[in-house]
Design a protein around this ligand. Structure first.
Ligand code: COA
Length: 289
């Protein structure tokens, strides 16, 4: 049967005996990243704040390949201790950790005038500090196994994107963290790379970013004339963790069909959006977005 989780160009079993530790692993993008790795031979631990959701997703991912083992662990990436416990449990249950995906993220649309200081800090805490904590907790396993890390970044900080100052700032920090760790832990054999997804169909993030009825317009703004799929991100993940990428570290793979190059996606309806942000804010509050 064709592998629907990763492109058929990848050889079955390439990740046999490898273990991936993925924060945000029950979410749309990170779940598909994990599914692709598991379908190609890996075992996995996925982490999320909601215990039941995470355990259910783990059981479903495990069912994809006979003989695989996938565990769901509830943890908050803002809490280093909960990550250290999760690493210990993963090593106990799965034997080791080779790959880490720092995918846990928080996002919402908020213009600067309405964004509270605590809201800004919350996103930086989850995305940036959470990524640091994840690598910190897994570092001895990564060094022992000459492992590899992928941070899920974004393209929001390549230029100014309205209503995303908190996320852009956090993701810029993630890129900087990845570069520095690539240099510091490269001599220990550990690789660090970022994947920056563009507009990916079916994700919460895109649903929030796209104004009502702007889908067709958004597709036209992508040079490759389509939205991305979660499999596009999974394929980049498989490549970066595979031996084919063994000399690649300290990079950002932008997987966006060229979208950020045109800048038009984020400029949709600008500047009316900014000038009418009181109205937008009230609408989102009502819709609880
Ligand atoms: N718009 C503006 N501010 C928001 C917000 C929104 N949609 N959601 C949360 N905030 C603010 C809160 O008002 C609070 O600030 P305040 O104390 O000044 O009022 C601050 O952010 C923290 O919110 P809280 O809900 O206490 O934090 P949390 O740790 O429970 O959850 C998120 C933070 C980001 C995970 C949560 O907002 C959320 O569930 N977001 C949507 C889901 C999501 O992000 N999924 C990931 C997809 S990438």
């Amino acid at each position: 049967m064709a592998n629907v989780y990763a492109s058929s160009v990848f050889k079955p079993g390439i990740f046999q005996s490898k273990v991936v530790f993925c924060t945000g692993g029950a979410g749309t993008i990170c779940r598909r990243q994990t599914e692709a790795l598991v379908s190609l031979g890996a075992n996995a631990a996925i982490l999320g704040r909601k215990k039941e959701v995470t355990e259910k997703a783990a059981a479903e991912i495990q069912s994809l390949r006979k003989g695989s083992k996938v565990i769901g662990i509830s943890a908050d990436v803002r809490d280093l201790k909960s990550l250290q416990d999760a690493v210990a449990l993963s090593v106990k249950e799965l034997g080791r950790i080779d790959f880490v995906i720092c995918g846990a993220a928080g996002n919402f649309i908020a213009d600067f005038r309405h964004l509270s200081a605590n809201a800004f800090k919350t996103v930086v805490d989850i995305d940036l500090i959470g990524s640091f904590n994840t690598v910190k907790a897994a570092s001895s396993e990564l060094i022992k196994n000459k492992g590899s890390v992928i941070f899920v970044s974004a393209t929001l900080h390549y230029y100014g994107v309205q209503f995303q100052s908190h996320v852009g700032a956090a993701k810029a920090g993630i890129d900087a963290l990845s570069n520095a760790l690539a240099v510091e832990l490269g001599p220990f054999g550990v690789r660090f790379n970022c994947i920056a997804p563009g507009p990916i169909d079916g994700t919460e993030g895109l649903a929030r970013l796209l104004p009502d009825g702007a889908r067709e317009q958004a597709i036209k703004a992508v040079p490759l004339q389509r939205l991305g799929s979660i499999n596009d991100i999974a394929d980049a993940t498989v490549f970066l963790f595979s031996d084919a990428a063994s000399f690649i570290t300290g990079t950002v793979s932008v997987v966006d069909g060229g979208a950020w190059q045109t800048g038009q996606m984020q400029a949709l309806a600008y500047p009316d959006t900014v000038l009418n942000s009181d109205k937008l804010w009230n609408k989102m509050k009502k819709a609880k977005l």
